[in-house]
Design a protein around this ligand. Sequence first.
Ligand code: AMP
Ligand code: MG
Length: 335
Amino acid sequence: MITKIAGRERGWLKRAKEYILSDGVVAFHTETVYGLGANAFSDQAVQKIFTLKGRPSDNPLIAHVHKDYDISVLVDSTPSYAEELRRAFLPGPLTMVFPSKGKVSRFVSCGLDTLAIRVPSSPTAQAFLKEVDLPIAAPSANRSKHVSPVTARHVYDDFAGEIPLILDGGACDGGIESTVLDCTGEIPQILRAGLVTRDMIAGIVGACGVYERKVGEKPKSPGMAYKHYAPACKTSYFKAEELSAAKMLYDKEEAAGGTPYFLAESAVCARLASFRTFDLGGTGEQMAQKLYALLRKAEHAATLLIGIEPTVQDGVMDGVLNRFTRAFGRTVDET
Ligand code: AMP
Ligand code: MG
């Protein structure tokens, strides 16, 4: 199969619809990361996503819909705070989890009685979703555990020859996956941190919890338990105060003929002027936007990537730190 990278011209949108209606899988741009989409009503189509990605069968998918889609067909979205949040943040990088009406394929929610809904703001995603006028089940368009894709080329690198079409909308502005918010309880609760922060949500509806999994408990958002975002090179991880140990490791790798790089926030890169560095930037938003692109770059350039944990504490750093530590194999179950 030839994999075509195309923009959102009429001809390609029509082609995308044909692929989706025949249970095919199409990758598409969103404002967070690229998605790998299939008809959420079709068992066969949804199963293809799991096979292509090598995704664990208990890690549910998000159903993506266009902004005029009537989600009451799919879920019971009655809590009053949900309506306020929809008005404030959608279309945008917020995924809302509601009690499911069981209308989509059972493989989307992997046995949970809830369904995650997202309305992306990317014009490419909106045009595609409007064209098909169906809920599209879509995880990030990377092989399971690999770094999420923020350009069409990243998707191509993982799936060339295996999917017919990547709808290219350029680089993703947001850079990390959507905030996943449980909207089944009395107050909303964050299951996965992202670009819409706890403060932003509490600012609209007064209160917002953050889910913390208790030891031995089945996770509410299964995907959060997995090792993820790992670049295909050796990695090592240090706190900012461990910089001398990190430099020793760098020197050792170089002495052995390797090409080590640091991945760190701007203030730390400034202290590493005589070393090779990938600079994440100085704010949470910059780091979110650059993280995956730099991890992908590193796997081509570096034999060893040494991550220095960022110390900045603004806005979306909960989301950035979660991805950063997991990319370096920290703070996750190995299941
Ligand atoms: P990805 O699309 O690869 O970003 O992964 C989707 C994320 O959403 C994973 O962390 C899932 O565990 C989470 N998710 C999807 N559906 C649900 C749901 N019904 N309840 C809780 N979390 C969900
Ligand atoms: Mg993913």
